[in-house]
Design a protein around this ligand. Structure first.
Ligand SMILES: C[S@@+](CC[C@H](N)C(=O)[O-])C[C@H]1O[C@@H](n2cnc3c(N)ncnc32)[C@H](O)[C@@H]1O
Length: 410
């Protein structure tokens, strides 16, 4: 089976709001369209009413596609930056406000005031010189301070100023040495050096693109909730759950998102990064790894045999790190179990659930995410969980992405 880029975040890059920021954890718009639309992998139908829920919102792909179909949705997200970004990304804006802001920013950046402005701010990111050279950093730091004075910082209130901050977030990645050729962010050998005029023109180009796509109103309403999907508590019951949780593959969203989070004020230190990562499912960066060694699984949980088998094999495979990785996999699925258990009270009778997830491998031992999740769902009373392969993720290893579908009946 061929690797299918249409089913990854790459598909979203030129699709209006979906292309605002390039984020590896995002899934493809196409996946959600196929579930809501007529080419569903499982059946042919069109969903035209009911509330959609995404407990692992990320960049709000599910909510925005649902809104494009005229459906209302609720989304949960634990990461403060993604909560802010998704909220800003899924709001409707007045075209007049958007145009006024664009004109104002263009004039301000052309003014003598900006030319003479000499404040600058650099975030306290470790090894920042791997991302930007000192000249580029100075220009970014100056623009950051200026925008902050002109607009205030990113805000959870509905404000066009958030569009400028999203443009700034695009700019920091475009001007960095980040290399997205791998599943996790890596670095090019050298950083490019940008002149001030180049930085400002990249920023304006992004702001124009984002401003233009923000004028296209969404038909449905998207409500983003800052919360933990292990403990979902919604105001109303939902008809569809469409989501992609973290995978058990040790990708840290805080690590991936750290340039945005530091520059936009959502992260201030390495300690904070470890705390935030530990709070998320699958968090394993910095202090989150050491916390795994003392974490204890609830002994009353009767876990699937295929999970016990994988965990035991991983533990025995390496005397140095086997125990930590076994704990990591066990905690990941225990958290997923808590999610499914506490989700039930929020589901309408007949609710359809669609989960996009990948399997993983540690020391050559496969973690069969698809089988484990189906077993967890069955044990909690979900009906007919089935998994289908969507795509192969890696040409060498047996790594796949699955769509797991089930229903809930009271
Ligand atoms: C695979 S990403 C979702 C990507 C999303 N489908 C998109 O298109 O952007 C998983 C998300 O789950 C979030 N997450 C992890 N643990 C969580 C928790 N306990 N509660 C809510 N969200 C969580 C992560 O921060 C991450 O944004």
């Amino acid at each position: 089976m061929a690797k299918n880029k249409d089913y990854t975040f790459k598909y979203n890059q030129n699709l209006g709001r979906h292309g605002w920021l390039r984020l590896t954890p995002a899934y493809s718009v196409k996946l959600v369209e196929e579930i809501l639309g007529e080419d569903n992998l499982f059946s042919k139908k069109k969903i035209s009413s009911g509330t959609v829920f995404d407990p692992f919102c990320g960049t709000a792909t599910t909510g925005i596609v649902a809104a494009e179909y005229g459906l209302n949705s609720m989304l949960y997200e634990i990461n403060p930056f993604l909560y802010w970004f998704s909220t800003a990304k899924s709001q409707n804006y007045s075209s007049v406000d958007i145009d006024d802001q664009l004109t104002h920013i263009k004039e301000s950046l052309n003014s003598d005031h900006y030319k003479e402005y000499c404040k600058s701010w650099i975030p306290p990111m470790k090894n920042i010189e791997r991302w930007w050279d000192s000249i580029t950093l100075e220009h970014l730091g100056k623009l950051h301070e200026f925008l902050f004075e002109e607009l205030g910082g990113p805000t959870i209130r509905s404000s066009v100023s958030n569009l400028a901050w999203i443009s700034f977030a695009r700019l920091i990645i475009e001007s960095s040495a980040a290399d997205f050729g791998h599943i996790s962010v890596s670095f090019k050998e050298t950083c490019n050096s940008y002149e001030e005029t180049e930085i400002l023109s990249l920023f304006i180009k992004s702001l124009e693109y984002i401003s233009d796509s923000a004028k296209h109103s969404l038909k449905g309403n998207v409500k983003i909730i800052s919360g933990d999907s292990r403990n979902v508590c919604l105001d109303e019951k939902v008809n569809y759950v469409i989501t992609s949780p973290p995978y058990p593959n040790r990708i840290s969203y805080i690590r991936e998102l750290r340039p945005y989070m530091y520059w936009l004020g959502f992260l201030n230190s390495g300690e904070e990064a470890g705390e935030l990562d530990w709070a998320a499912i699958g968090g394993t960066w910095g202090s989150a790894t050491s916390k795994l060694s003392t974490w204890k699984c609830d002994t009353s949980w009767s876990k699937p045999a295929c999970l016990t088998d994988a965990v035991n094999k991983i533990r025995e495979s390496d005397s140095k790190n086997g125990k930590t990785l076994a704990q990591y996999v066990l905690k990941f699925f225990y958290d997923i179990y808590l999610h499914f258990k506490n989700l039930i009270k929020n589901l309408e009778n007949g609710c359809e659930l669609y989960y996009i997830l990948g399997n993983s491998s540690f020391y050559g031992n496969m973690v069969h995410t698809d089988l484990i999740i189906c077993e967890i769902m069955k044990s909690l009373g979900y009906k007919n969980p089935v998994a289908k392969v969507i795509r192969k993720r890696n040409s060498k290893k047996e790594l796949f992405e699955f769509q797991i579908e089930a229903t809930w009946h009271t």
